[in-house]
Structure formats: structure tokens, C-alpha cells
Design a protein around this ligand. Structure first.
Ligand code: ADP
Ligand code: MG
Length: 563
């Protein structure tokens, strides 16, 4: 068998598959990674710009948020996607620092490219990068400051830092107050789940009319106009079922032969509905939230009893109502007991910017709260909402970890300095990789300066000399261009924003660097190529990327000019 095969080349790949190997594969991946990072770089920091993304059906998103940008771009190059994942991990783990993570990843790749050209092996690079990241983490731990969960001032500063440069900035004082109270309210013995802070976006009014409701808002009206508008000191019931007569199991047709029989049939139904409502009346429910429908007759009875009822309540809303009021959902209303009831100081239907919604509030120790965000237009509120999500994430993280670092590029400059010292002590080829890592970190202060219209070199020189002089928290004031103590400015970020960003950026860069063979089943979106036809190699050149970020083409020609 083996001899026979020796006569012909052995083909193991299908004809459609595309293969790019060696240096070409490496540079294709590096180029893709760098392109992603370039795409978001201009949004970084307080003076970062926004981007407008238009999808193929014309929907528009205006955003400054790294992860939103990258997911909306529908990038489909495999290597580029690994960088997008960096942003996604960052979003899941901390909620902020997505642009930072991607920009650092891109810069690590760029610096690696230079070393690869000098024939430093990818494995050595990977090793050096890992060592540097590990060391950076220790250093960060060393200069992080402890924060007490009760320290409202610093928590609000952290909340505000996450909003800087975003649509929410105009009202950041009010909003950071709201964010901190919101996170504190939902904390319980299991930790903090910011899902319990729901955000209600209301178009109309201005951002600074936003408010925090200690409770839940349901985007529904009471089911019948004959019911009361509000219930004070309300016992709240949640029914995970319907207030309707159960359908008979078998699809039986009831043939009614005389009017008396019809009456009997209807009486029977009415009696069943009456029983359901009576069960609620007996336990003393004042407001009822029902998962399914409510029969007209049941509505009539409920209204007669002065009970406010809402039907087709979303599962997520029901969960929040339960959390806020302490009610337990019952699936069979006839089995409800007083124990299942929750309590709210007020359940009321209110008008908010011309829309009727049910407010369940005045709840003592509400473990579910609602932020009402207001703003002039839908796009404005959407972007404020994204900034609020970041802000909720950093406050949660800070309360969980109790450690923060100053921002404004200060940790990156400090780390860069420390890592250069460390590199000297390591020596060998790894030293070069560690130095490259140190250089790569400076992309953050450099970009902050560039985006603020400052000279990045001047800014860096000043920052370095401040750090040389022992000013660990010296960062860039993006408004004045001066080097200032970021702690004094109140620009703080959770330690985890930085450690997570470095960790995912390093992992992604290392992963891409170690790849020397890309085998794609079918056409690789990075451009079509034939392994032995060097002319239309997509790898490396920016031309390759044009096709590589195929998904970006879908955003419309307008994007090209913005990046
Ligand atoms: P990311 O998605 O990485 O959070 P941002 O656009 O939010 O990107 O920018 C974060 C960067 O901006 C951080 O380095 C942070 O320290 C810096 N920053 C935030 N507020 C200020 C400020 N007032 N002055 C200087 N730098 C700031
Ligand atoms: Mg941010």
C-alpha cells in the first residue's frame, strides 16, 4: 500500500480548502488583529470619538463602546474574530475596558511583527509575553489601592470614570450617584447581579431627569379600565399561569341543545373563574401579575373587588417583581396562600413620557431596582445605556474585589517602566519580547494623547519622567494636556479592568503568534489564495485585509472614511 502511494502525491485536503502557511499565515493573522485594533483606537478615552455603524438594513448605531462597535461590525475574518473575543471576554468579566484590551492586543501583535522580522522565534516571543504579563499582574497588584465598599465617594468616581467620553458624561454626577445606589441595592448574600438593575429607556426629557426607582417598572397597563389605577400598601401576587378556564384535555365539541344547557355551561365557567378570583381576595391580594391571559369575566370580578391586575407579564419582569416585593409565583392560583404574597408601598399605573407603565415601588430593601434613563432621542439613550452598563460593571467589580488603580494611562506607564527593568534582569531573547511588551503598553497613554489632539511623544516623555520620579499615579489629563495625579483627579478604575485586559490581550496575541498554518474548509474570508501562487497572497498586505474584514463592507462605504 505504502509503495503504491509513493507514486502519487498524497492529497489530504479537500479541493475547496484553502491553506496559508508559515510566515504568510503569521502575517495574515497579525494584520487582521492590528486592523481590528486600529478600528476602535480612536474611540479610546475621554476625548475619543464615536462611530456610526449602519447595517445592511439601514439600522444605525452611534457608539463609543469597544465591544458594541466590534460586534456590530460583523467581522468575519477568523483571526480578527479572536481579537473581538478579547473585547467580549472583557465585557463579560468586568463590563469596561473593552477598547483598552483590544488596543493592547493589536499593539502586542504589531511589536511582535517587528521582532519576527528580526528572526526572533514566535515561541520565544510567546514565552516572553507570558512572562511579562505575569510580572505586570504582580506589579499591578502591588500598586493597587484598597477600597472599602462603603466608600461612596470613590465608588462614584469609578462610576463616573467609566462614563467619561460617552453620551452619559453630561450628567455623570447624577448618573454615577444612581449607579452606585443601584448596585448597592441589588447586592445580597449571593453577591451582586447587575441583571437585577433593569434599565428603562424613556425617549423624551433630558438625561438629567433620569431617576432610580427602588422597585420594578413593567411596560404594561392594567388589564381593565375598571380596575383601580393604584394600590397603596399593596399585597402583591404573582401567578405563573392564566386566569382563564382550563381548556379541556380532549378537543371536545360541546353541543348545546337548549338554552338551559348553555346557561349551565356558562355558569360552570363563571364559577371556576369566581373561585380563582376568590382565592386572591381571600389572601388579601391588591395587585396581581399574571403570566398568561385573564378572562373577561375574571377581569370583571377582579375590578369589582378593587384588585389591580396585569396580564402577559414577561418572565424576566415577574422575576424582578418577585425579587423586589418578596412575592412567590404560584402556578395554580387556587392554591395561593398569604405566604406567597409580596409587598410594595405602591403599585401604580403612571404616565411616563406619554406611555403608561406599572410602577411597583416603595419597597423596603428592594433587591431589584430600575433606572429610568431619559434622553432626547432613541440613539442618545441607547448610547447612555451602554455607558451605564459599563458603569454598573465597574462599581460591581470594585465592591467585589475592593481594589482600584488610577487611570489616565498611569498604570500603563508605570508597568512599562517596571517591565523594562525586569527585562534587563531576564536577559536573553526573552528580554526583547518583554521589552516589546513594555513598549506595547504605552499605546494606551499614547492613544489617549492622540485622541485629545495632543502630541503623543511630548506627553509620553512627561509621563515617563513623572513615573521615574516615583509618581505612580501620574497620568494624562486629557482636557488640559498636563501630567497630573489621577488619584487626585478622581479618575479610578477597578484593578480587574487592567488585569483582565492584559490577560486576554496577551492570550489572544500569543495564540495568534503561535499559528503557522491556516487551513480553511472552503474559501477563507481573508481573500482567496492558492498556496503556490504568490501573486494573490492575501497575507500581510493591507490589500488582504480589505477582503479580510469582509463583514465591514456591509456597513456601507461611509465607514471607510471614518476609521
Ligand atoms: P475602554 O473601552 O477601554 O473602557 P474608554 O473609551 O472608556 O475605553 O477609555 C478608557 C480610558 O480612558 C482608560 O485608560 C481611562 O483611564 C481613561 N480615562 C477615563 N477618564 C479619564 C479622565 N478623566 N482623564 C484621563 N483619562 C481618563
Ligand atoms: Mg470605558
Amino acid at each position: 500500500m505504502a509503495q503504491q502511494m509513493g507514486n502519487q502525491p498524497l492529497i489530504v485536503l479537500s479541493e475547496e480548502s484553502q491553506r496559508t502557511s508559515g510566515k504568510d499565515a503569521q502575517s495574515m493573522n497579525i494584520t487582521a488583529g492590528k486592523a481590528v485594533s486600529e478600528a476602535v483606537r480612536t474611540t479610546l478615552g475621554p476625548k475619543g470619538m464615536d462611530k456610526m455603524l449602519v447595517d445592511s438594513s439601514g439600522n444605525v448605531v452611534v457608539t463609543n463602546d469597544g465591544v458594541t462597535l466590534l460586534t456590530e461590525m460583523e467581522i468575519d475574518h477568523p483571526a480578527a474574530n479572536m481579537i473581538v473575543e478579547v473585547a467580549e471576554t472583557q465585557e463579560d468579566e468586568v463590563g469596561d475596558g473593552t477598547t483598552t484590551a483590544v488596543v493592547v492586543a493589536g499593539e502586542l501583535l504589531k511589536r511582535a511583527e517587528e521582532l519576527l522580522e528580526q528572526d526572533i522565534h514566535a515561541t520565544t516571543l510567546a514565552q516572553g509575553y507570558r512572562q511579562a504579563a505575569e510580572r505586570a499582574r504582580e506589579e499591578l497588584d502591588g500598586f493597587a489601592t484598597d477600597v472599602d465598599a462603603d466608600d461612596t465617594e470613590i465608588l462614584q468616581q469609578i462610576a463616573a470614570t467609566a462614563m467619561t467620553g460617552k453620551g452619559a458624561e453630561n450628567a455623570k454626577e447624577l448618573l454615577s450617584e444612581l449607579v452606585v445606589s443601584a448596585v448597592r441595592s441589588v447586592a445580597d448574600e449571593d453577591g451582586i447581579d447587575t441583571e437585577n438593575v433593569s434599565v428603562e429607556k424613556v425617549v423624551g426629557g433630558s438625561i438629567d431627569e433620569s431617576e432610580l426607582i427602588e422597585g420594578v417598572i413593567v411596560d404594561k397597563e392594567r388589564v381593565s379600565e375598571n380596575m383601580p389605577y393604584f394600590a397603596e400598601d399593596a399585597n402583591v401576587a404573582i401567578v405563573d399561569g392564566a386566569l382563564e378556564v382550563k381548556e379541556t384535555e380532549i378537543d371536545a365539541e360541546v353541543s348545546v341543545t337548549d338554552p338551559e344547557q348553555l346557561q349551565q355551561f356558562m355558569d360552570q365557567e363563571e364559577a371556576q373563574l369566581r373561585e380563582m378570583v376568590d382565592a386572591l381576595v381571600d389572601v388579601g391580594a391588591d395587585a396581581v401579575f399574571v403570566d398568561g391571559g385573564i378572562d373577561d369575566m375574571a377581569q370583571h370580578f377582579l375590578a369589582q373587588e378593587g384588585i389591580l391586575a396585569v396580564r402577559r407579564v414577561k418572565d424576566s419582569d415577574a422575576k424582578r417583581i418577585a425579587r423586589a416585593t418578596g412575592a412567590k409565583a404560584v402556578s395554580n392560583v387556587e392554591e395561593i396562600t398569604e405566604d406567597d404574597l409580596g409587598f410594595a408601598g405602591s403599585v401604580a399605573q403612571k404616565d411616563i413620557a406619554g406611555d403608561q407603565r406599572i410602577f411597583i415601588e416603595d419597597v423596603e430593601d428592594a433587591k431589584a431596582v430600575t433606572l429610568i434613563l431619559r434622553g432626547g432621542t432613541e440613539h442618545v439613550i441607547d448610547e447612555v445605556d451602554r455607558a451605564i452598563e459599563d458603569s454598573l460593571g465597574v462599581v460591581r467589580t470594585t465592591i467585589q474585589d475592593g481594589k482600584v488603580v488610577a487611570g489616565g494611562g498611569s498604570p500603563e506607564v508605570e508597568l512599562s517602566l517596571e517591565l523594562r527593568d525586569y527585562a534587563d534582569s531576564v536577559g536573553g531573547r526573552e528580554q526583547l519580547a518583554i521589552e516589546a511588551f513594555a513598549d506595547a503598553l504605552e499605546i494606551i497613554p499614547r492613544t489617549l494623547a492622540e485622541n485629545a489632539g495632543l502630541d503623543p511623544i511630548d506627553s509620553l516623555v512627561e509621563l515617563r519622567s513623572a513615573h521615574d520620579g516615583g509618581q505612580v499615579a501620574a497620568g494624562l489629563d486629557a482636557y488640559t494636556g498636563e501630567t497630573v495625579d489621577m488619584g487626585e483627579e478622581g479618575v479610578y478604575e477597578p484593578l480587574r479592568v487592567k488585569t483582565q485586559a492584559l490577560e486576554s490581550a496577551t492570550e489572544a496575541a500569543v495564540m495568534l503568534l503561535r499559528i503557522d498554518d491556516v487551513i480553511a474548509a472552503g474559501e477563507l474570508k481573508g481573500g482567496s489564495s492558492d498556496d503556490d501562487d504568490d501573486e494573490d497572497m492575501p497575507a500581510g498586505g493591507p490589500g488582504g485585509m480589505g477582503g479580510g474584514m469582509g463583514g465591514m463592507g456591509g456597513m456601507g462605504g461611509g465607514m471607510g472614511g471614518m476609521m
